[in-house]
Design a protein around this ligand. Structure first.
Ligand SMILES: [Zn+2]
Length: 587
């Protein structure tokens, strides 16, 4: 990595893991460690454990793990250099300038935020100038009040070539910074120009309340793109940010309303639903779902009533289910195409009634299936019944299945007992199939096929386990590491993963210092595995020099055996003779 060791040490020293994690996850002391509810999966009893001694965390529930740097990377969506910089900034450590990291990557998140903030001021002033007349007219037509304009900092990007660019250059922002902030582009001739032109500008804020991006709606309906949203920048990942959540998170009563775009969210806020938020130019992602789970137990989905909206609804139900957030689907009927239009036509009270009467997920799914078919045509009705049966068979609770079988039978106009019989048969079939799949998976796991991090485990499972115990002790007990490192080389390891971990940390091991587990380019899954090695040592009692010695000896034997195996494969006759000779010598 491009940062010096001394700098990384300082960043690590001044960012205690308890404090870094504690900013996002309430932690409780449990013996010498701390536990909390895992931010990476949904759980009711804490299995997310933070180990102050090794400055690491590991979730016994979902296997997420790492150190302070990994935690910031994963929860804030930053890459490694950006996470180091964020931690350095928080601790007031000047960030090293580094010639190797040039271009946009070296533009700091803080500068992007500052440029975005300045741009927001510029757009806001433009909206309230003579140039902004048409934009103000548009907002008036959309019934967006002055108060809302102020509250959301809505602005106007003038129809000019490089006015904003010139303004920001005047404020001291460099070309690199403006490009990295997605405010200026570069023409073929190499000149900077404004990316946003003749658009209504909706600033987007991160959870800390920093302006990080814009969602820009066209003012001229002839413009090709309805919305232009900021692309990912050092301060903004669209897969991780929800418009309006900076407000909704503090007003949420355990529920959030999820809609498609900034304008919908703003209309809902203005109508008094300040728990509304929106994804920006993208369908909901697993990251969004995890963020939502931190603030809400139930999400109301209010997507557009068209094909794309239905697809988005399905996706949202899926991802939110996975993180334990219940979903309800607001049925706006056919009178309005989106929440904004609905509220304008029928008012906030009517929307509130729709919210209360919103469909649970099963009801929504059944209505969607049945809605696709024409119930007057027997063939279509039969298809609908078949599809409904497959869905009902996936419901695992008997009561739930009974309730929705009756509901669907009513909708289809068929005999509930008959439908129930079909559902039972299909469910039995699925159970059998699932069991076969499950058995197959268990078998694969036992054979090591399931281990994607340490792929050699399938062939060398005892060696892989020994290596994890050895490395785990060496990482968590730096005082024992130099002695052990003296007895080991990369070649002592059987699996490729064990070899790589040893090589990465070898220098620290020899010096007897705790290695920086996030500083060696391991993937998140690999880092999590290293944390697991550490966590297992933390909870084990046998971590002494003699235990470590014994493990190393055992690994040596494993290594010999695998080498002998390899030789026998290459040259069966002579190798076998060698091996037997060797065994005799030993005796
Ligand atoms: Zn977890």
């Amino acid at each position: 990595m491009a940062f010096s060791n001394a700098f990384l040490e300082e960043v690590k020293e001044k960012n205690d893991i308890i404090e870094v994690v504690g900013r996002q996850v309430p932690l409780k002391r449990a013996g010498s460690n701390y536990v909390g509810l895992c931010p990476f999966h949904s759980e009711k009893t804490p299995s997310f454990t933070v180990f102050p001694a090794t400055q690491s965390y590991y979730c016994f529930g979902c296997g997420a793990g790492g150190d302070a740097v990994t935690f910031v990377m994963q929860t804030e969506g930053l890459d490694y250099p950006a996470a180091i910089e964020a931690l350095a900034n928080r601790a007031g450590i000047p960030v090293e300038e580094d010639g190797a990291r040039t271009g946009e990557r070296s533009v700091k998140k803080q500068r992007v935020i500052e440029a975005t903030r300045e741009a927001g001021r510029f757009f806001y002033a433009k909206l309230n100038s003579a140039e902004g007349a048409a934009a103000r007219e548009y907002l008036k037509r959309r019934e967006i009040s002055d108060l809302t304009i102020k509250r959301f900092g809505i602005g106007y990007a003038p129809d000019a070539g490089f006015e904003l660019t010139r303004y920001l250059r005047g404020k001291g922002f460099t070309e690199e910074e403006l490009k990295a902030s997605f405010l200026s582009g570069v023409s073929k001739k190499g000149n900077l120009y404004d990316i946003f032109r003749n658009r209504i500008m909706f600033p987007v804020f991160d959870l800390a309340g920093n302006p990080v991006a814009f969602s820009a709606r066209r003012l001229n309906e002839a413009d090709e793109r309805k919305y232009v949203n900021t692309s990912d920048t050092p301060a903004f990942k669209k897969s991780k940010i929800l418009f309006g959540l900076n407000i909704a998170k503090s007003t949420s009563d355990g529920t959030l309303i999820l809609c498609e775009g900034a304008v919908d969210a703003i209309a809902l806020h203005q109508a008094g639903f300040d728990n509304a938020c929106a994804t920006l130019g993208t369908a909901i992602t697993p990251d969004h779902a995890r963020i939502i789970a931190r603030f809400a137990k139930t999400a109301y989905l209010a997507y557009d009533i068209d094909k794309a909206g239905r697809a988005a609804t399905d996706k949202a139900m899926h991802y939110l289910n996975e993180v334990g957030v219940a979903t309800k689907i607001i049925n706006l009927g056919t009178e309005a195409k989106d929440p904004d239009e609905y509220i304008k036509k029928y008012g906030a009270d009517s929307f509130r009634r729709r919210l209360k009467g919103s469909e649970g997920q099963n009801e929504y799914t059944l209505n969607t299936i049945i809605g696709k078919y024409n119930m007057d045509i027997p063939d279509e009705k039969a298809f609908a019944a078949r599809e409904v049966t497959s869905f009902l068979a996936t419901l695992t609770s008997g009561a739930e299945r009974d309730i929705y079988t009756n509901f669907a039978a009513g909708k289809l106009g068929i005999n509930p007992t008959m439908l129930a019989d079909d559902v039972r048969r299909t469910a039995a079939y699925l159970r059998k199939k699932n069991k076969n799949d499950y058995d197959e998976n268990m078998k694969r796991d036992a054979e090591g096929f399931g281990d994607k991090v340490n792929r050699d485990r399938v062939r060398f499972s005892s060696a892989a386990t020994l290596e994890e115990r050895i490395l785990g002790i060496m990482i968590t007990h730096p005082d024992l590491a130099p002695d052990a490192a003296g007895k080991l080389t990369e070649n002592s390891f059987v699996t490729e993963f064990g070899r790589r971990v040893f090589a990465a940390f070898e220098e620290s091991f020899r010096k007897g210092s705790a290695p920086q587990i996030s500083a060696h380019g391991f993937t998140p899954a690999e880092t999590a595995r290293i944390s697991r090695m550490m966590a297992q040592r933390e909870t084990a009692h046998e971590n002494s020099a003699s235990v470590l010695d014994e493990l190393i000896t055992k690994l040596g034997r494993q290594k010999e055996m695998t080498e002998a195996d390899e030789k026998i494969k290459e040259d069966p006759a002579s190798s076998l003779a060698d091996y037997i000779e060797k065994l005799r010598d030993k005796k």
